[in-house]
Design a protein around this ligand. Structure first.
Ligand code: BTN
Length: 308
């Protein structure tokens, strides 16, 4: 662990103030250097108060720091700032982290979306990647992505009464504006999934709409700030249950009933080609089946889908 992470860990475990002396002994560095680390943490948005007795974390109802997640705390890896939680999660997964380990960031400097797009990741949004190890063949991995989107859309509806809809492959839209995007990476052992890292960016209290007219945030939509931790906890609960009792047919049925892509004329851009047609269904692997102008059918497994 880096010095700042050790300090945060110690402050989060403590039941009050931790003196500069205790921290400097633990880290084997001077008290001035501890003070500099604390200053850096405060600048990155961590609510630490200093007093002559030492340092203390203040109560933050929306803290994303591990201790705030109670029973999940050991599986939450918090980064005040990181390039991308996808990279952090990949490193954790390759080191053998347990199922449902989460890398969550206050902000990302190189947040990325599908098709090499940038994902705007300013303070206030919810940016995380969860590592899962479902016991399924690689050919069903696409359904895990659909399932993650279903669970997030369901909880936006139930927790916040937001009219969230699914757009293939796994975007979540409200009033045709994008509120949430999912990106996943997978490593396999033979034809079985070894781990999948599901990265989710949800616009919560950030305001991406100022830079991207397609985007919308919960704060703008609801006219008030929204607690990110509650959303993350609710998502992890639902998604964990889903993965432990994975039902491929159930996922497809649920996706069919909550989506706004089927029946639409769409253009799908993949790495290799552009396909236009009417979206008629999803197949058993979560691929989108299009009816083309000549009446033939084509299935696309990945890509960006534009409703026309
Ligand atoms: C998309 O819609 O293109 C996918 C966006 C995924 C963004 C999330 S934010 C957390 C994780 N870290 C990243 O760099 N990307 C994903």
């Amino acid at each position: 662990m880096k010095p700042k992470q050790i300090i945060l860990h110690m402050l989060s475990q403590a039941d009050g103030v931790v003196s500069g002396e205790v921290l400097s002994l633990e880290l084997g560095v001077s008290r001035v250097s501890i003070w500099k680390h604390i200053k850096g943490l405060v600048q990155s948005g961590i609510p630490i108060v200093s007093s002559p007795k030492g340092y203390r974390l203040t109560h933050d109802p929306d803290s994303l720091l591990p201790w705030a997640f109670e029973t999940r705390r050991d599986r939450i890896h918090y980064f005040p700032e990181t390039a991308s939680t996808m990279d952090e999660a990949m490193a954790l997964a390759r080191k053998g982290c347990p199922d449902f380990t989460v890398a969550v960031a206050q902000r990302q400097t190189r947040g990325r979306g599908r098709m090499q797009r940038i994902w705007l990741s300013a303070d206030g949004g919810l940016y995380f990647t969860v590592v899962v190890r479902p016991d399924i063949p690689v050919m069903l991995a696409g359904l895990v992505n659909l399932a993650a989107a279903i669970d997030m859309a369901n909880l936006l509806r139930s927790l916040l009464q937001v009219d969230a809809h699914l757009k293939w492959p796994n975007d979540i839209l409200v009033d045709n504006h994008k509120i949430c995007g999912l990106l996943s990476q997978m490593e396999a052992e033979g034809d079985q999934v070894a781990h999948m890292n599901i990265g989710i960016g949800l616009n919560v209290n950030n305001t991406p709409e100022t830079e991207d007219p397609i985007a919308i945030s919960l704060k703008v939509l609801l006219g008030r700030p929204v607690a990110r931790r509650e959303i993350l906890v609710a998502f992890l609960e639902a998604f964990e249950k889903r993965i432990l009792t994975f039902d491929p047919h159930g996922v497809i049925e649920e996706w069919r009933s909550g989506n706004i892509t089927l029946g639409q004329k769409v253009r799908v851009i993949t790495i290799k080609e552009m396909v236009e047609g009417t979206a008629v269904d999803v197949d058993v692997q979560g691929g989108l089946i299009l009816r083309l102008a000549d009446g033939t059918r084509q299935t696309v497994m990945h890509g960006d889908c534009f409703h026309q």
